[in-house]
Design a protein around this ligand. Structure first.
Ligand SMILES: [Zn+2]
Length: 321
């Protein structure tokens, strides 16, 4: 279960709570663009990392089998770090649900919860087309999902090339342009580091690491396809215009990070993995990872000091009785 359970499923998965808690202390979410060799274990892992579980897919028991298809997965997208570990609560889940299609089940659970609880917009959580879609260690995008409206936001990036990781979905791209412009008015100069990442890029990357280090180790630091927010086209890692501390812990506390924490929601973005919410999001604090959810939801999330998981009434397994 990675870590969250819907309230109406109280009880299930409780056994994984401890494993999950331990895991979350050690995993990060982005690390998207720094070659693995350049990163250290304390700077986190890709958000997909540690998704050993990916249970449904795990039903295939072996993404490992794909290892041969390494492709030449863009070094830039290197997911990696020498992540500390990944005992993977998800792995446990994979065992119990293998083959049952975690992804679908999760989504229907979510849907059910939405219906049971507040209904309405909450159903957006399971809709990959929604800008409010929930993607995390438990909830994956459909395997064949590809955003249809990707564009190049007209903002500064840390690189010049017009390549995949520069893209975002149209609505998010427009909002990002406004955010960057708003920051400049306050003399804050931001740069994009990595935005969209296709399922195939993520798959190539993951397979490359599997080939290099074996499945178990690869899962500890590389992204398992389907669970990365970057695959939605709604997330972006940002840094200051100098590119320093891009997707690294040292970005925290910079004037750029402070500005984002204070104002990003006014443009419809949230700091997706806030400090102190590690046991809910499954990721350590990532001040650089912005997720577009729209202004209304962003304002609500910030005002209530909650996460996207909590917005959808998902709670950590460890919080269940
Ligand atoms: Zn990120």
């Amino acid at each position: 279960m990675g870590g969250i359970e819907m309230r109406n499923r109280t009880g299930k998965g409780v056994g994984y709570a401890l494993v999950f808690v331990l895991m979350t202390m050690l995993l990060g979410a982005c690390a998207s663009d720094i070659p693995d060799t350049a990163k250290t274990s304390n700077s986190g892992v890709t958000e997909d990392a540690g998704n050993a579980g990916n249970a449904g897919n795990a039903g295939n028991a072996g993404n490992a089998g794909n290892a041969g298809n390494t492709g030449n997965g863009t070094g830039d997208e290197a997911a990696g770090n020498s992540a500390a570990n990944s005992t993977d609560a998800d792995t446990v889940k994979a065992g119990s649900k293998a083959g049952s299609g975690t992804k679908n089940q999760s989504h229907s659970e979510l849907q059910g919860s939405a219906d049971d609880a507040k209904g309405g917009s909450k159903a957006a959580a399971a809709d990959p087309e929604s800008v409010a879609v929930l993607v995390n260690k438990e909830y994956a995008l459909p395997e064949d999902y590809k955003p249809e409206d990707l564009v190049y936001p007209d903002v500064r990036f840390t690189f010049k090339e017009k390549i995949e990781k520069r893209k975002m979905r149209k609505e998010a791209a427009s909002a990002l342009e406004e955010l960057f412009a708003g920051a400049e008015k306050d003399n804050i100069y931001l740069a994009g580091v990595s935005a969209y990442r296709s399922h195939s890029t993520q798959t190539s990357l993951f397979n490359r690491y599997v080939k290099k280090d074996g499945l178990e180790k690869a899962k500890t630091y590389s992204a398992v396809p389907g669970h990365s927010e970057h695959e939605t086209g709604l997330a972006i890692d940002v840094s200051g215009s100098d590119g320093k501390c891009a997707a690294e812990d040292c970005f925290g506390g910079t004037k750029e990070a402070d500005w984002l924490a204070k104002y990003a929601h006014k443009y419809g973005f949230i700091i997706r993995y806030p400090e102190g919410k590690e046991n809910i999001t499954g990721y350590k604090y990532e001040p650089w990872h912005l997720r577009y959810v729209g202004k209304e939801i962003a304002a609500d999330i910030v005002e209530r000091e909650i996460t996207l998981e909590e917005y959808y009434d998902a709670v950590p397994v460890s919080a269940n009785p």
